[in-house]
Design a binder for this molecule. Structure first.
Ligand SMILES: C[S@@+](CC[C@H](N)C(=O)[O-])C[C@H]1O[C@@H](n2cnc3c(N)ncnc32)[C@H](O)[C@@H]1O
Length: 209
């Protein structure tokens, strides 16, 4: 049933742009963890939310092959910009090739390095931050991006339901624990208004108060 509903949804939303379709297909065929790629539904939602929020500057933690950065870039105005950070230089090279193929690629700057070290070197404030890098340290990312985010700005955090493992007390591996700790810490964090979209693997949306 879930799979049929997923197929139904994909058949009844805006189609995946041709370049993104190729990127999605190549990522799943050539990379071990291809499902990390945001994909058709989440990608269209990221683009739609970007169009609604109208951010001028976006910061992304975890580029992978570049799919989500291209969706954000598509939703940005012509003078909008996204900085995306990727720790794996081989994957970053792949992402840059796709950015170069895209008509929105000029809006994207790819930084190779550890997000925790790179973020403090970036100048200025952001309107939207997408946290999608190392699940083990989501809470650390939140503190590093907080001073860079404008008041009223948004943080999107991916995979916050972690395949349902957030409900499993026996899921104590580093990634599950990182996500559970993050979810537990933000629930009483008065710096933000927070919701979880039960989309794909869980997408938390936070607004800085
Ligand atoms: C889930 S994937 C990102 C998927 C991509 N945002 C998308 O939706 O298509 C996570 C990426 O974060 C990268 N990563 C992990 N730890 C990182 C860190 N400390 N700094 C920057 N990137 C990191 C990984 O190498 C991987 O490519």
């Amino acid at each position: 049933m879930d799979q049929l509903i997923d197929e139904y949804i994909l058949d009844h939303i805006s189609p995946e742009p041709k370049l993104l379709k190729q990127l999605n297909r190549n990522t799943n065929a050539q990379h071990l963890y291809g499902r990390m790629c945001s994909g058709h539904l989440q990608g269209r939602i990221l683009k739609m939310l970007t169009t609604m929020i109208k951010p001028r500057r976006i910061l992304e933690l975890g580029s992978f092959t570049g799919y989500s950065a291209l969706c954000f870039a598509e939703g940005l105005d012509k003078d909008g910009h996204i900085d995306t950070i990727e720790i794996d230089d081989e994957i970053a090279e792949v992402a840059q090739e796709w950015f170069d193929k895209s008509s929105d690629g000029y809006k994207i700057t790819l930084h190779i390095g550890d997000a925790l070290n790179t973020i403090p070197t970036l100048q200025g404030e952001y309107d939207l931050v997408f946290i999608d890098a190392n699940k083990r340290i989501y809470s650390e990312y939140l503190e590093v991006v907080y001073p860079k985010l404008k008041t009223g700005g948004y943080i999107f955090v991916d995979n916050t339901l972690w395949d349902g493992k957030v409900l499993d007390p026996e899921a104590v591996d580093a990634q599950s624990s990182g996500i559970k700790n993050f979810n537990n810490s933000i629930v009483n964090d008065s710096r933000f208004e927070t919701v979880i979209f039960p989309l794909r693997d869980g997408l938390t949306i936070m607004r800085k108060l």
